[in-house]
Structure formats: structure tokens, C-alpha cells
Design a binder for this molecule. Structure first.
Ligand SMILES: NC(=O)c1ccc[n+]([C@@H]2O[C@H](COP(=O)([O-])OP(=O)(O)OC[C@H]3O[C@@H](n4cnc5c(N)ncnc54)[C@H](OP(=O)(O)O)[C@@H]3O)[C@@H](O)[C@H]2O)c1
Length: 329
């Protein structure tokens, strides 16, 4: 383990990505204050307490995105903040209340707590590649980079609530931080694949499990999608926190694949799993690639699509979601 490092806050600590980020932060010597909505939920938090270093350097405190000032206590003694908490891809009867408000108002709520603490060196916000690619006016021959922003109008028209929530939240964060002199860096992961530390799968990990069990419905909507290993997303957050020269937005993506490319790769790798044979082609979905050279210039290297799915499948087997006999030779 490295020497004792900064005290940092991770919001939404029990989540899929945040749990892995905390694992990585603890293993490299950070003291972590994680925020959760219910610190009394022992079952939901047990995986965090099992992490190496947790007993010595992890604290969990209660905070809710929708409660003004809720993050003050968690952030007050920290040098850095990783803001990951945000509602993810839930079907919702009231997307404005359940997705947009917690994402946008919640982010501003966290940033107002950061503003009260002059010791905060940097805030790293978990945004999303959906803040870059939800637009229909780009040249498909030119890979999208961090200069691209999703169209709010298109997201509203097509009811892309998640992309809209992340786009509005990131835009609001930049405006607030620029106005208040807060050093903000944002990480824009594509679809995150990898082992889940929380035993209850989050919405994206549930979709991956569904695909591996033969369901087409959720992935059908993806059409073309970027994929990235959860460990790379965590390492990217830490890299852009630590590297002084890091600034602005960082796309975090390993490979962009059409659904049919993805399932042909997965069927070949796991022939015993009932992976769908074919997806209907999605009409009018623009072709896109991501340009991740900005992150690579900081020395970052991405794990392959094979490695991220191997690690995800192994973890799904270990947690009993997939029968071991289906992946054994
Ligand atoms: N998974 C992906 O493929 C992906 C890709 C790009 C970006 N991201 C971003 O990564 C971040 C983490 O997502 P995830 O995939 O790890 O999903 P997740 O497991 O569902 O995590 C979301 C977290 O947000 C918290 N949260 C939601 N509403 C809240 C509220 N009102 N107050 C406090 N906390 C609240 C949840 O807390 P509870 O545990 O209490 O529900 C949970 O910890 C999100 O910002 C997401 O947009 C994810």
C-alpha cells in the first residue's frame, strides 16, 4: 500500500461504480468518507466493510441528493470529492422528479457543500458518454471527443431521460464551478462492464446478465454502444484527481460495438451461454466512434472488451447469477 493519502468523499458509496472506486481508493492509501442514503442498511453496505483497509480508513455517512446541505458533514474534512451518485436508467413514471431533479439539483447541492470547504483541491464528477453522443448532427467519419455535447432538444424530443439528466447535470456543474472557482474535472464513462461488488445488481449490470441469459429487449435499444471496464473507470477517476495537469472532460471508453458485433464476440467466447443469435438492425442510428486520446495522453491504457466481460461473467458466476456449468469447458 502507498503512503497515507488525502481524505476524499465518494457520494453514492453503495453503488456499482462507487463501490469499486472505493476499493481502489482504499488500496492506494486514501481515507474515504462515503455517503449513503441509509447507513443502517447492513446488508446493502456489507461489501464495503469487507474491503481491505475499510475498517481503518472508511467512514459511511448519511446524505441524500435532494436534501439541501445534506453533504456538508461528509465533505467538510475532505480534500477531494468524487461525485458519482445519480439515478441510473430507471423506468420512471415521473422522470423529471425521479431522474432530472436528483441529477441536476443533487449535483448543485453537492457542489454547494464543496464551496463551503476551502480545503477542497478538486472535484471529480462522474458524468457519462451519453452527454456526448445523443445528437444527430455530427459527421460519422469523425470520432466524437470531449468537445461534443448531447443535444438537450433531441434528448427531450426522444425522451432520453438518462442522457438528459447527465447532460444537464454536467452543464450545471461546469457553470457552478466556473463561477465559484472550484477545480472540476469530469469523467465520461461509456457502458460500464465488470464485477459487481454489491450483491444486488444495479440496472446496467442487470441488463448485462439479461443479455447473457438470452434477453434482447434492453440491448436492442443500445444499437451501437461504447464499453469500458469498471476498474478502468475507477482508475481514471483517481488519475484525473491526482494529475495536476488533468483538466476539463475525459471520455472513458475502450471499444464501441454494434449489438451484433458484441453478441458474435460473446457467443464465441461463451458458447454454452444462451446469448441471442441476432439483433434487428436499428434504423436511423448514427454510426459513431469515440476519440479517447485526451485520457491516453495522461498515460492511460484501456482493458479489452474480452477482459471486461470475462471479469463480469466470473463475478456473476461467483454470485450465483449464472450457473458455473454453463461456462466451464
Ligand atoms: N453503469 C454505467 O454503465 C454508467 C455509465 C456511465 C456513467 N455512469 C454513472 O456512474 C454513476 C454511478 O452509477 P452506477 O452504474 O454505479 O449505478 P448505481 O449502482 O445505481 O449507483 C447510483 C448511485 O446513486 C445513488 N443515488 C441515486 N439517487 C440518490 C439520491 N437521491 N440521494 C443519494 N444518492 C442517490 C444511489 O444510492 P442508493 O444506493 O441509495 O440507491 C447509488 O449509490 C452515475 O453517476 C452514473 O450516471 C454509469
Amino acid at each position: 500500500m502507498d503512503e497515507m493519502k488525502d481524505k476524499v468523499c465518494v457520494t453514492g458509496a453503495a453503488g456499482f461504480l462507487a463501490s469499486w472506486l472505493i476499493k481502489r481508493l482504499l488500496s492506494s492509501g486514501y481515507h474515504v468518507i462515503g455517503t449513503v442514503r441509509d447507513p443502517g442498511d447492513e446488508k446493502k453496505l456489507a461489501h464495503l466493510w469487507r474491503l481491505d483497509g475499510a475498517r481503518e480508513r472508511l467512514q459511511l455517512v448519511k446524505a441524500d441528493l435532494m436534501e439541501e446541505g445534506s453533504f456538508d458533514d461528509a465533505i467538510t474534512h475532505c480534500h477531494g470529492v468524487f461525485h458519482t451518485a445519480s439515478p441510473v436508467l430507471k423506468l420512471s413514471a415521473d422522470p423529471k422528479k425521479e431522474m432530472l431533479e436528483p441529477a441536476v439539483e443533487g449535483t448543485l447541492n453537492v457542489l454547494r457543500s464543496c464551496k463551503k470547504n476551502p480545503s477542497i483541491r478538486r472535484v471529480v464528477l462522474t458524468s457519462s458518454s451519453s452527454t456526448v453522443r445523443a445528437r444527430d448532427d455530427f459527421d460519422p467519419d469523425v470520432p466524437l471527443d470531449e468537445s461534443s455535447w448531447s443535444s438537450v432538444e433531441l434528448c427531450q424530443r426522444l425522451q432520453l431521460w438518462y442522457a438528459l439528466s447527465k447532460t444537464l447535470a454536467e452543464r450545471a456543474a461546469w457553470e457552478f464551478c466556473n463561477k465559484n472557482g472550484i477545480d472540476l474535472v469530469t469523467v465520461l464513462p461509456s457502458f460500464v462492464i465488470g464485477p459487481s461488488l454489491p450483491p444486488d445488481l444495479c440496472s446496467t449490470a442487470t441488463d448485462v446478465l439479461g443479455l447473457l441469459k438470452g434477453e434482447v429487449k434492453k440491448f436492442q435499444l443500445h444499437g451501437r454502444m461504447g464499453y469500458v471496464h469498471i476498474d478502468d473507470v475507477a482508475l481514471c477517476h483517481i488519475l484525473v484527481y491526482e494529475q495536476k495537469r488533468a483538466s476539463g472532460r475525459y471520455l472513458c471508453n475502450s471499444s464501441v460495438l454494434d449489438n451484433n458485433q458484441l453478441i458474435s464476440l460473446l457467443s464465441e467466447r461463451y458458447p454454452s451461454l444462451p446469448i441471442p443469435k441476432r439483433f434487428d438492425e436499428q434504423l436511423r442510428r448514427p454510426h459513431y466512434e469515440f476519440n479517447t486520446s485526451k485520457l491516453e495522453r495522461l498515460g492511460f491504457k484501456f482493458k479489452s472488451i474480452q477482459e471486461m466481460f470475462d471479469d463480469a461473467v466470473r463475478s456473476l458466476v461467483e454470485q450465483g447469477h449464472i450457473d458455473l456449468s454453463l461456462i466451464s469447458p
